[in-house]
Design a protein around this ligand. Structure first.
Ligand code: SF4
Length: 330
């Protein structure tokens, strides 16, 4: 099933208004959060009010394991979005790809942790540029049968054949950011919609986005927005829930630290578990638990609202609106 979300106010194209097998237009933020529902003053204060005390209580007992690991299998993107620090023309990182040996070592480390959370096989890159991707998905699926394996792509390389091969290899969910003017669908996405009747058993989600939008500062790296919004910015859940492994094997502070300014270690020489519980994370976590985004760190220039659902084991994932409405996360 392909579920498509348009931004508020965008007209749904006529050909999608008629019923089509395997395609649905959705407005459910639990399926896809729209940009307008994130990172505003209301969301920032909701995260600080509801999530911060929850994580403070959980982490006062003992460190919790991450529930999302992102693995950037290679560098680079083939697209240009004004807000993106790794857009094709601005990414300063040298090209490279993670070796299969290192990917296998990451899988070994996750198996040792009995990991059943989410594995995002992308980071600050376009994952479908990696010609090894079907085999990599299979490698993770075989060894981590309960993991939620996800890809986030700009969709430019997403043919029905490749998408089918990825799901047959064990992918759980493919999210496509359809970057246009925030209204039109790209040609590859239209071709997927034409093939939707053959893709009904797959979880494919398409978010229609404006590629020149002004979003967050991306921890001070967004080419079109370097200065954080002048609103209170407090707790952020990412260093408590997510482990981001760059294509070099380096673990960065979080996925917004796209160039790896803060290194927590390297999975090539340390176990994932040792990196996660190392004292290197401690000052960042302690500062965020005090609702502080320290000016000397990437957090100081970051206006991401800090939301990551505290548990993935719910039938319907927690959304920002649930937090703001005051729902107690389980
Ligand atoms: S506040 Fe800090 S940890 Fe959270 S996303 Fe921003 S830079 Fe990353």
């Amino acid at each position: 099933m392909i579920r498509i979300r348009f931004p508020a106010g965008a007209e749904v194209p006529a050909f999608l208004v008629e019923e089509r097998r395997g395609v649905a237009v959705t407005a459910d933020p639990a399926v896809l959060a729209a940009e307008g529902e994130k990172n505003g003053a209301t969301q920032l204060s909701g995260v600080d009010r509801v999530l911060r005390p929850l994580f403070e209580a959980m982490w006062s007992r003992s460190p919790r394991m991450f529930h999302l690991v992102s693995v950037e299998t290679r560098s680079g993107c083939n697209y240009e979005c004004s807000f993106c620090p790794v857009a094709r023309s601005v990414d300063p990182r040298p090209p490279g790809e993670m070796s299969l040996e290192l990917l296998e070592k990451i899988v070994d480390d996750l198996v040792a942790l009995d990991f059943t959370g989410r594995v995002a096989l992308f980071g600050n890159n376009e994952p479908l540029l990696d010609g090894r991707l079907v085999g990599i998905v299979e490698m993770f699926r075989v060894r981590l049968p309960a993991a939620d394996l996800r890809l986030l792509s700009n969709g430019t390389r997403a043919t029905a054949e490749l998408v089918t091969a990825l799901f047959r290899a064990g992918l759980s969910t493919l999210i496509i950011n359809n970057y246009t003017d925030g209204r039109r669908l790209t040609a590859p996405v239209r071709r997927l919609i034409d093939a939707a009747a053959r893709l009904t058993s797959f979880d494919i989600r398409v978010s229609v986005r404006d590629r020149h939008e002004r979003l967050t500062t991306r921890a001070g790296l967004a080419p079109n927005n370097a200065v954080p919004a002048a609103v209170p910015r407090g707790f952020c859940a990412l260093p408590f829930t997510d482990l981001h492994i760059a294509y070099t094997g380096q673990v960065n502070l979080c996925c917004f630290d796209a160039y790896g300014r803060v290194s927590m270690g390297n999975v090539a020489v340390e176990s994932i578990r040792d990196i996660w519980v190392s004292t290197r994370f401690a000052p960042y976590r302690q500062s965020l638990l005090r609702s502080e985004r320290s000016p000397s760190t990437p957090c100081g220039t970051c206006d991401f609202d800090g939301f990551r659902e505290p548990t993935l084991n719910r039938e319907r994932p927690l959304t920002r609106s649930d937090l703001i409405a005051g729902e107690e996360p389980s």
